[in-house]
Design a protein around this ligand. Structure first.
Ligand code: SF4
Ligand code: SF4
Ligand code: SF4
Length: 326
């Protein structure tokens, strides 16, 4: 019997999600044995025309990581959608926009200005910027369009399942592959991780306070972190209250607060807004024991880079989507 065809593709991605596939270790051999890989740009030399030659729906599943930033990426994921029975948004960038999605705090023009003109290590006296079309003699060279706004995968094509994480842990990848191969799949649209907050599974949960009595927010390098106590109790912002569980508490076990890469639980449309409201309610800015204005200012002032804290992985999927420009 023919093996199911599987494709892996990367868009605006750091390569870490590809790394997690390699980190399957010996399990990668089981995957390679059970499926026929028809596209994997990071590891195998298949071309776009190989995908074009397949029948519509012939690929059983395409795992696509990275956000959608370029015209080429949009074209390729549309082609993969056409050729695939299932599409899985693989990792935080495809799922929510991820780290590349933070570029939505800027515009294409300001990014080009910084990267090709202002960066101290760049020498570009004529201020040349990348062009979509360049004529050299009779030859025309082309580059894909660089979009102004980074998109999640499901803002570009319909997505069947989501594997969260930056990157998704290898065991959750293996579970997803096994579920797909055995046909034991949940309802379409499911995020393939438990629908509960990280705090619910965190080994430090018993030390998590109902209300925080801290007067100052700290950054991890500023204190000696107690490896038993909830980070919030120590004045460190931890995204556990507004982040989905399923990563195995990777950062917590390394004595670092959660940064939110698994995204929100079902039903939360804006992880950043949920996070802001969760942290502010814990801070006790309201209620009987009111803080003075100075104390509030000092406390909130300690939230350096709030956009980066609360929207680190999810800006393109948020209600904001991007910074508004006049
Ligand atoms: S989800 Fe994380 S590991 Fe995967 S491509 Fe994005 S930044 Fe890299
Ligand atoms: S806030 Fe962080 S450290 Fe505290 S219980 Fe939740 S996940 Fe654990
Ligand atoms: S602890 Fe948070 S940031 Fe770290 S892997 Fe888990 S969900 Fe991602």
């Amino acid at each position: 019997m023919a093996k199911p065809k599987v494709a892996f593709y990367w868009c605006a991605s750091c390569g870490g999600c590809e790394e997690t596939v390699v980190d399957l270790n010996e399990d990668i051999l089981k995957v390679a044995d059970a499926v026929d890989i028809v596209l994997w740009p990071v590891a195998l030399d298949f071309k776009r025309k190989d995908v074009e030659a397949l029948k519509d729906g012939e690929i059983a599943v395409s795992f696509i990581n990275g956000a959608v930033r370029l015209e080429e990426q949009e074209d390729m994921v549309k082609l993969l959608r056409q050729k695939s029975g299932l599409v899985v948004a693989f990792g935080a960038c495809a799922h929510l926009g991820g780290i590349p999605g933070l570029a939505n705090f800027h515009t294409r023009d300001t990014i080009f200005q910084r990267v090709y003109k202002d960066t101290p290590s760049v020498e570009n006296p004529e201020g040349t910027l990348p062009q979509e079309r360049t004529k050299i003699g009779d030859i025309e060279l082309t580059l894909p369009e660089f979009y102004d706004t980074v998109q999640t995968l499901d803002q570009t094509i319909p997505v069947d399942y989501y594997l969260p994480g930056c990157p998704p842990p290898p065991d959750s990848v293996m579970n997803a592959v096994n579920a797909i191969l055995s046909g034991q799949l949940p309802e379409k649209g499911t995020v393939l991780a438990p629908n509960k907050a990280l705090c619910d599974t965190c080994p430090r949960n018993e030390t998590k306070p109902e209300k925080l009595s801290i007067k100052e927010i700290k950054r991890p390098w500023e204190i000696k972190i107690d490896s038993e106590k909830c980070f919030l109790e120590q004045g460190l912002i931890c995204c556990g209250p507004f982040t989905r569980s399923g990563c195995g508490e990777t950062c917590i076990n390394a004595n670092m607060p959660c940064r939110g890469c698994f995204g929100p639980v079902d039903g939360v449309v804006d992880q950043g807004a949920r996070g802001l409201s969760a942290i502010v309610s814990l801070l006790g800015l309201e209620g009987e024991e009111k803080m003075t204005d100075e104390e509030v200012e000092k406390l909130v002032g300690g939230l350096e880079d709030p956009a980066g804290i609360f929207y680190r992985f999810s800006l393109p999927s948020s209600l904001l989507r991007r910074k508004r420009v006049a």
